[in-house]
Design a binder for this molecule. Structure first.
Ligand code: MN
Length: 735
């Protein structure tokens, strides 16, 4: 950057700088709107006049540097103007509305987008970072140039980190390495990517950076000599074969050398080999032609050839890659591509605007841009549809993972291309087709053969997903899927399945509990009240809680039917018994009304055999309902029956109701006594259920016991009176 000068505040110096920027911009695109950029230039100059950076440099030098990067990237007039103004909203009373009026709506949109991202403040740094990126990505969906200006901004900031505190340097470098560089890579912007990486590398691992830098520096002379020799040989043979091209030689970037040394365990001396050559041709045919020529010239290293022209990288990158044993037995890497592929490799998405501004009607140009932006579109779509985690640290993790991933290509049987991260499985593929396909996936045929769902796909495979309508995602899939979309969908589906399961289990447990307590399942309103009592906002929550075991079904039951005092409990169980008996089809005995509790199972005690007219009392028994005794029955007098088991009962017998009662008759032991007694009873139209006769030897008397069916006490008394009239009868009494 050629503007590190206080003089920039001088109008004349600033004027010369303007000419520099203008020339740079026009060099890459002569059709720029020079007038617009110039106005933006001077507006920014005024806005930042009094501001200085931490280094003491005029602030304007920063926006100028960002604008130069945007001009190099060929982002077009609006973006260059926006780059100049990118800090104006934050640092001055300038508003987006004013910018729209003064310049145009696009400039305003771009500046506003970049400002919003950096202007937000949050309680925690992590949250702020995640939130900023979320915003950045969402704004990017309005215009991807917002992100490109932001990248240029970041590039200048990280190249001027020196005056900052070390922690801040490290933090910005880490963020650059983790997010911005991969993002630039994903956008196909190779040049910005390696610049960002090399700057970040310096702060993240200063000692490794120092080693690599001095290594490269020490060998510079020999290396440059070698590069020139090799380049000339390559160019010469290309010319001989009639291939119109330019050959470039270069040392690899510091960070990529470092990465290569680490990943391939290279020692310092071997780094010399890390030289790369580039052959830029006019046509695609020339690329393959050039490849043939160099392969016949030098020995190709096996397995190093890659054809990214036939199958471009996910970010749109195209090139032929090969490695050769070059002159002096040194390994060299060669990339072969057309000029246009080269621009896309260097500037990626940004190269789109060159074609856009030059030739608005060109369908090819916009078609290419479409493909390049494809990744962004799904990325942003997922973001907008909430496929990304709300949790800041998870979000950043997902972002990092998805940015770092290199792609593989797989096809549907119909030939639709799906680009997935390396290691992606048929499940990822299924979710990439459609959420519904992923959710119902049960198997996959890859190149017509069934494969396990966890088997990673490789580029070029044709994948057919087998689905079943009632299939559901399995938790197991989480252990092998690679895309964040599949992950979040599977998690979501498992959560849904779990709540469904706990809901149906909860409902079953509740129904069982209410049934066990002889109660019907309460209605929604009653359950809602119960749910509220447990601090839950819905019946579903309550039912799920029961299913998960956080609330017991009995607790819910007691909430709906609060346990009353002891007596109610006893009554309740008697009532339940009644219901049970009824439901079993049992005939309930009638004739008595239990005070306050209709519909109770009753029976008449065998010991005292009460009949209507007797003073009676109910005794709640264990398991047989209410037993009706006469109040004077010996079995219940005194404290033999606890007070809480006694119930007030009243006769409620109809005419047709019959009661069994036994009477005992003491009389002379004479012939026909039993017959006379039964005859007398029969006159009153009373049924006899049975009888017994016993002779008392000691006083020659007879003891007769008869069980009769009578209506009430009055009828019984009449019978007793009647029987007393029978000859020889001495005494009649009720048993
Ligand atoms: Mn800035």
């Amino acid at each position: 950057m050629s503007t590190p000068s206080d003089n920039l505040l001088d109008r004349e110096v600033a004027g010369r700088e303007w000419e520099g920027l203008r020339d740079l911009a026009l060099r890459s695109n002569p059709q720029l709107n020079q007038e617009l950029i110039e106005r933006a230039y001077w507006r920014a100059w005024e806005v930042h006049r009094d501001q200085k950076r931490l280094s003491g440099e005029p602030y304007f030098s920063h926006v100028l540097a960002v604008a130069r990067t945007c001009a190099e990237m060929n982002l077009g007039s609006d973006a260059i103007a926006a780059a100049l103004l990118h800090d104006s909203i934050e640092d001055s009373p300038v508003t987006a509305e004013a910018l729209a009026k003064e310049f145009n709506p696009t400039v305003s949109l771009l500046v506003d987008g970049v400002s919003k991202i950096s202007g937000l403040r949050f309680e925690s740094r992590e949250k702020a970072q995640a939130e900023n990126f979320r915003k950045l990505l969402l704004h990017m969906s309005r215009d991807v140039r917002i992100l490109l200006v932001k990248l240029a901004d970041r590039l200048h900031n990280i190249s001027t980190l020196e005056p900052m505190r070390p922690e801040k340097q490290k933090r910005i470098a880490r963020e650059t390495m983790d997010i911005y560089a991969p993002l630039a890579n994903r956008l196909g912007m190779g040049r910005i990517k390696w610049q960002l990486e090399d700057h970040a590398f310096k702060y993240l691992d200063p000692s490794a950076y120092g080693r690599v830098a001095s290594m490269v520096g020490m060998q510079r002379e020999a290396r440059e000599e070698f590069i020139v020799t090799m380049r000339d040989r390559l160019q010469e043979s290309m010319n001989k074969n009639g291939i119109d091209c330019a050959v470039q030689g270069r040392a690899k970037h510091l960070h990529s050398i470092h990465r290569k040394m680490r990943s391939q365990n290279l020692r310092e001396g071997e780094v010399f080999d890390l030289l790369a050559f580039r052959i830029i041709t006019a046509t695609v045919e020339d690329c393959y032609h050039a490849l043939g020529v160099i392969h016949s010239l030098f020995t190709p290293i096996p397995n190093k050839f890659k054809d990214y022209i036939a199958t471009p990288k996910r970010n749109g990158y195209q090139s032929l890659h090969t490695a050769l044993v070059g002159a002096e037995g040194r390994t060299i890497e060669v990339q072969i591509r057309t000029q246009k592929m080269h621009e896309i490799a260097e500037y990626g998405v940004a190269s789109h605007w060159r074609y856009k501004e030059e030739d608005k009607a060109s369908p090819t140009a916009s078609g290419d841009a479409e493909r390049e932006l494809d990744f962004l579109r799904t990325f942003i779509q997922d973001l907008e549809e909430g496929e990304w985690s709300e949790d800041p640290s998870e979000f950043m993790e997902e972002l990092k993972v998805s940015l770092f991933q290199e792609g593989i290509f797989a096809f549907t049987p119909r030939g639709d291309l799906h680009i997935l991260p390396v290691g992606a499985t048929p499940v990822d593929f299924a979710y990439s087709i459609h959420t519904g396909v992923g959710d119902r996936c049960i198997g996959a045929r890859v190149d017509s053969k069934m494969v396990p769902l966890r088997r990673p796909l490789t580029s070029g495979e044709v994948v057919e997903i087998v689905t079943r309508n009632d299939a559901r995602p399995s938790r197991d899939w989480l252990s092998f899927v690679k895309t964040s979309k599949a992950q979040s969908r599977i998690r979501k589906s498992i959560r849904e399945q779990e709540s469904e399961q706990s809901e149906s289990l909860g409902r079953e447990l509740l129904e069982r509990e209410f049934k066990r307590n002889r109660q019907s399942m309460p209605d929604e309103a009653a359950l809602k009240l119960a749910a509220e009592a447990f601090g839950m906002d819905s019946v579903d929550r309550l039912v799920q809680g029961v299913g998960r075991g956080s609330v017991s079904a009995l607790q819910v039951f007691h909430r709906v039917h609060p346990p009353e005092d002891k007596k109610s409990g006893i009554i309740e169980s008697a009532q339940k018994l009644t219901q049970l008996a009824t439901s079993l089809g049992g005939r309930r005995q009638k004739g008595v009304r239990v005070e306050g509790h209709g519909n109770m199972l009753i029976h008449f005690a065998g010991c005292c055999r009460p009949v209507p007219g007797d003073r009676i009392v109910g005794v709640i028994t264990r398991g047989r309902g209410v037993s009706i005794h006469r109040q004077d029955c010996v079995n219940i007098v005194g404290d033999r029956i606890a007070e809480e088991r006694r119930m007030r009962v009243d006769w409620d017998a109809g005419e047709e109701e019959k009661f069994l009662v036994s009477i005992q008759i003491h009389g002379d032991d004479r012939k026909n006594l039993l017959a006379d007694i039964t005859g007398q009873i029969s006159k009153s139209d009373v049924g006899i259920q049975g009888g017994s006769f016993r002779r008392e030897e000691k006083d020659l008397s007879a003891l007769v016991q008869v069980t009769i069916e009578i209506r009430d006490l009055k009828q019984l008394e009449k019978i007793i009176r009647d029987v007393r009239k029978v000859s020889g009868v001495r005494q009649v009494e009720r048993v």
